[in-house]
Design a binder for this molecule. Structure first.
Ligand SMILES: *Cc1c(COP(=O)(O)O)cnc(C)c1O
Length: 405
């Protein structure tokens, strides 16, 4: 299928290019020392991860440990309530540890094992990536250093406890604002020092090449499964697919299954409290081109050109940029990016829980909210929503802030 001058039949062979670019976005903006380390991962990825043995082992782990394939559920009561459009969800909430993040963490950790590394290093903000990675490290018997800001450690006590129980070493980052940005800086610095024995594992389709490609490829299991399952259930493809976009990994996972199909694709960013800078994290909607955390993409910047402060009710979505492939698909127009705010999200959170017996992660509730809006405007057809995670982690916060609705 041709779209915006791009042949999507061969899209995955063309993008990223050898230098790690999706059009103008992506690349490797790091020190020479780190470049050498990333080059090692890139080479290992192309030889090891394409090998039959690696693919077979990852497939077995996904089945026996992660609980894949995850099902698709038809939301009958919600669809009836909204009209004639049929809504479906891909149940990534049913992955072991409760979200899609384990899909790429198991892949990255298996790669570390094949490369003979002893340790995996990463940063975490809300702690979801840290928990998924600590799980993978425990499974493979790898050491695991998770860099986390003091402020986030205080806010995310349950996830810190989970990481520690799983045997990970949570490294406190105290300088600057002591949140995600500083944690990323320190984790990269640690990797530059320790790369002989370790690999860095990023939490989304972000960072320098090869991470956006590698994480997309590991997450593509979501889209591949979903396309097959949906066809089997209905005899057709969905008219539209929807996913929330923080860094963009669950979205790239789902989208990669449908890019070459006549299917409308929607990536949903958090509008938070509103359009004012600092009140949202809708980087593709309101951002401009720039380099941060080792890659070129569309990002939200403050007056000094530094990553801007961002906000969302969903801590997994409050990142001031999105993966370079999303910036590329945005410019091409192949994926439409739109926003929903906190209020619409909380409404969808309760609606899905009440009508379907599924409590979604607040991140995923953004996609559900948009799917519900689409259902009202489309009139007929079908929409497949990626339910990236379950809401257990969010319940205390929701009750405290919003009460029962
Ligand atoms: C981390 C997280 C997200 C956001 O990350 P992406 O890379 O944009 O997918 C979305 N949903 C859940 C449940 C998460 O834990």
């Amino acid at each position: 299928m041709m779209y915006g001058g791009i042949d999507f039949d061969t899209y995955f062979k063309q993008y990223p290019d050898e230098k790690g670019y999706f059009g103008r976005y992506g690349g490797v903006y790091v020190s020479d020392e780190l470049k050498a380390a990333l080059q090692e991962i890139t080479e290992a990825y192309f030889t090891i991860c394409k090998s039959r043995k690696f693919i077979a082992e990852l497939r077995r782990i996904r089945k026996e440990f992660q609980g894949r394939p995850t099902p698709i559920s038809h939301l009958e009561r919600l669809s009836d309530k909204l009209g004639n459009v049929q809504l479906y969800v891909k149940r990534e909430d049913l992955n072991h540890t409760g979200a899609h993040k384990l899909n790429h963490c198991m892949g990255e950790a298996l790669l570390a094992k094949y490369m003979g590394k002893k340790k995996i290093i990463a940063e975490t903000g809300a702690g979801q990536h840290g928990v998924a990675l600590a799980t993978a490290a425990a499974y493979f018997g790898l050491e695991c250093d998770i860099y986390m800001g003091t402020v986030d450690i205080a806010k995310q006590a349950p996830n810190v406890a989970r990481m520690k129980i799983l045997g990970a070493n949570v490294v406190e980052v105290t300088h600057g604002l002591a949140t995600l940005k500083e944690a990323v800086d320190d984790a990269f610095a640690a990797y530059a020092r320790e790369y002989k024995d370790s690999i860095y594992c990023i939490g989304s389709v972000l960072g320098p090449h090869p991470f956006p490609m590698m994480v997309r490829d590991f997450q593509s299991v979501v889209g591949i499964e979903a396309r097959e399952q949906f066809f089997e259930m209905t005899g057709e493809l969905p008219d539209a697919v929807v996913a929330c976009v923080g860094g963009g990994s669950n979205a790239m996972g789902l989208f990669s299954g449908f890019l070459n199909d006549p299917v409308e694709i929607y990536g949903i960013e958090p509008l938070g409290r509103g359009t004012k800078m600092g009140d949202h994290a809708a980087s593709l909607q309101y951002g401009t081109e720039g380099v941060m955390h080792g890659f070129n993409s569309i990002m939200l910047k403050d007056e000094n050109g530094e990553p801007a402060p961002v906000y969302s009710v969903a801590s997994g979505l409050d990142y001031p940029s999105s993966g370079p492939e999303h910036a590329f698909l945005h410019d091409l127009g192949r994926v439409k990016y739109d926003v929903v705010d906190d209020e619409e999200t909380i409404d969808a959170f309760f609606t899905l829980s009440r009508l379907e017996g599924i409590i979604p992660a607040i991140e995923s509730a953004h996609a559900v909210a948009y799917g519900m809006k689409l259902a009202k405007t489309m009139g007929k057809g079908s929409v497949l929503i990626n339910l990236s995670g379950r809401g257990d982690k969010d319940m205390d916060y929701i009750i405290q802030k919003y009460g029962i609705r």
